[in-house]
Design a protein around this ligand. Structure first.
Ligand code: ATP
Length: 414
C-alpha cells in the first residue's frame, strides 16, 4: 500500500494555496483546520473534508489567514501571495452598488460580461462574482455562452441558470431548471449565423426575467476577427452595462472604441494561478463534462439504456449546405440556410453522437428558439434491426419530440 501524503499549509491573510491533481485515478482531500478560507468564492466549512479528482486545478484563498491540510498526491502545490482577489472584490463591490441603485430606482441590475482570450480565468471570475453576489443575498442569473466547455449543460450548448446558492465546492452551481439552447459544435465559428441567433434568443428570454440582482455572462476565448464580432453581438443582444476584459489590452481597446459610451469597459489582470490547457486537455475536459452529465460527479446518477426504432425518431440537424446567394430562391439569403432544419436518416454515423432532446414537437415548431429538455447519447446503431441504442438520463420512452444532432461525441465506456 502506498502511503497517503499529508501536507499542511499556513496561509497569511490575502494569499492562496494552489494545487493540481494530475495523476489518473488520484484523489486529494482538502480540509481547513483553522481560520477562514474560500474556493472560487464559496466559503469552505472548517474540518469538513472536500475531495478533488484528476484534472482539478484549485485555489484556496483566505482574506484573514488559515491553516489548510491536503491528503493525497498533488502534482503541484504552493502558496501564492500575489493574487488579483482584491481587484475582483472591488469589481463585486461596484456591481453591488449598482444593484442597490437598481433597487432604489426599480430598474434592472447590472448585466456584466466577462471576456478575454483562452485560459485567463473567465469561468473562474464568473463563478467568484456569482458566489459573492449570492452571499450578499442576491439571486443573479448566470449565462454561459462558451460552447467549448458548456458549463451549464454539455459542450455545444449555451444556457442560463438562476443562482440561488453559492456553487458547491465539488459540484459547482446547482443545475435546477436551466435554460439551454442547442448549437451542436464546440466553436461558434462552425456556424456564426446559428450562434448569433440562439444568443439573441437567450438574451430575449433573460431580458424578460431580469431582476435587480443582474446577470453575469461567461464567454468563449475566441476574441479575434469573427470572434470579436460574436462578442460585440452578444454585448448588444444582452444590452450589457459592464464588460470585464481579462488580460488582453488589444481587446480592451477595441471594446472601448466600439462600445456605446454607457457601457463600462474594465481591464482586469488575470491570476497567476490560472493554468493553461493544451487542446488535448480541453478535449478531455469536454469529455469529462459529458460523462458528468450522464453519470453525475459526486452524487452518482444512473442513466438508462434502451433501444429505439428508427421509425420512432425525428432527428434533424441545423444548417443546410450553403449555396451562393445567386443560386438561392428569390428573397432568401445564403445565410438563411445555416439556420434551416434538415432531416437526418439514422445510419452508422450516428454512433457516439449526442442528440439534444428539444421541447419542440415538430420541425415547424420554432425549434431553434425552443429550450432543450436534455441530451441522449447514441451508444449503438443496428442497421439490420433498424434500432438505435440510447443512453439517457430519463427512463424510456424517449419523448416524441424533435431530436437535434450534435457534432459532439461521447464514448460510453463507463
Ligand atoms: P476557457 O477559455 O477555456 O473557458 P477560462 O479563461 O474560462 O478558460 P478558467 O476555466 O476559469 O479559464 O481557468 C482555467 C483553469 O485554471 C481551471 O481549471 C481553473 O480551475 C484553474 N484556475 C483558475 N484560477 C486559478 C488559481 N487562482 N489557482 C489555480 N488554478 C486556477
Amino acid at each position: 500500500m502506498t502511503e497517503v501524503q499529508l501536507q499542511e499549509f499556513k496561509l497569511e491573510p490575502d494569499s492562496e494555496l494552489r494545487f493540481e491533481v494530475e495523476s489518473k485515478n488520484e484523489k486529494v482531500v482538502l480540509e481547513v483546520k483553522s481560520g477562514y478560507a474560500e474556493l472560487f468564492g464559496t466559503e469552505l466549512v472548517k474540518a469538513k473534508p472536500y475531495e478533488f479528482h484528476t484534472g482539478a486545478k484549485v485555489a484556496v484563498f483566505t482574506w484573514h489567514g488559515c491553516t489548510v491540510e491536503l491528503r493525497g498526491k498533488t502534482e503541484v502545490s504552493y502558496v501564492a501571495k500575489e493574487t488579483p482577489m482584491v481587484v475582483y472584490l472591488n469589481v463585486h463591490a461596484a456591481l453591488e452598488q449598482q444593484r442597490v441603485a437598481a433597487e432604489q430606482e426599480s430598474t434592472r441590475g447590472p448585466v456584466t460580461m466577462v471576456v478575454g482570450p483562452g485560459d485567463v480565468g473567465k469561468s473562474t471570475l464568473t463563478r467568484i462574482l456569482l458566489n459573492y453576489a449570492v452571499r450578499m443575498g442576491r439571486r443573479p442569473i448566470y449565462v454561459d455562452l462558451d460552447v467549448g466547455q458548456g458549463h451549464i449543460s454539455v459542450p455545444g450548448t449555451i444556457g442560463a441558470l438562476l443562482v440561488e446558492r453559492p456553487a458547491s465546492i465539488e459540484e459547482g452551481f446547482s443545475q435546477q431548471a436551466p435554460l439551454v439552447y442547442h448549437f451542436g459544435h464546440s466553436s461558434p465559428g462552425e456556424n456564426l449565423e446559428l450562434y448569433n441567433t440562439i444568443v439573441g434568443r437567450l438574451a430575449e428570454v433573460i431580458a424578460e426575467r431580469s431582476s435587480t440582482s443582474g446577470v453575469i455572462i461567461n464567454t468563449c476565448g475566441w476574441i479575434k476577427g469573427d470572434g470579436y464580432k460574436v462578442l460585440s453581438h452578444a454585448a448588444q443582444a444582452f444590452e450589457v452595462d459592464v464588460i470585464l476584459v481579462l488580460d488582453n489590452e488589444r481587446l480592451y481597446n477595441e471594446l472601448k472604441r466600439d462600445m456605446p459610451k454607457f457601457v463600462k469597459v474594465v481591464y482586469l489582470p488575470k491570476s497567476g494561478g490560472v493554468v493553461e490547457r493544451s487542446s488535448t486537455q480541453r478535449a478531455e475536459a469536454r469529455d469529462a463534462r459529458i460523462r458528468e452529465y450522464f453519470y453525475g460527479k459526486r452524487t452518482p446518477y444512473y442513466p438508462h439504456s434502451f433501444d429505439v426504432k428508427f421509425g420512432d425518431l425525428k432527428i434533424y440537424k441545423v444548417g443546410a449546405p450553403s449555396l451562393p446567394d445567386s443560386c438561392m430562391p428569390l428573397g432568401m439569403r445564403a445565410a438563411d440556410a445555416l439556420t434551416k432544419l434538415v432531416q437526418v436518416w439514422p445510419s452508422a454515423a450516428l454512433q457516439h453522437r449526442l442528440l439534444a432532446v428539444s421541447f419542440a414537437a415538430g420541425p415547424d415548431d420554432d425549434v431553434l428558439h425552443s429550450n432543450l429538455a436534455g441530451f441522449v447519447c447514441v451508444t449503438a446503431v443496428d442497421m439490420d434491426r433498424q434500432m438505435l441504442t440510447i443512453l439517457s438520463p430519463q427512463p424510456r420512452p424517449l419523448p416524441n419530440t424533435v431530436l437535434l444532432l450534435s457534432e459532439l461525441q461521447y464514448m460510453d465506456n463507463h
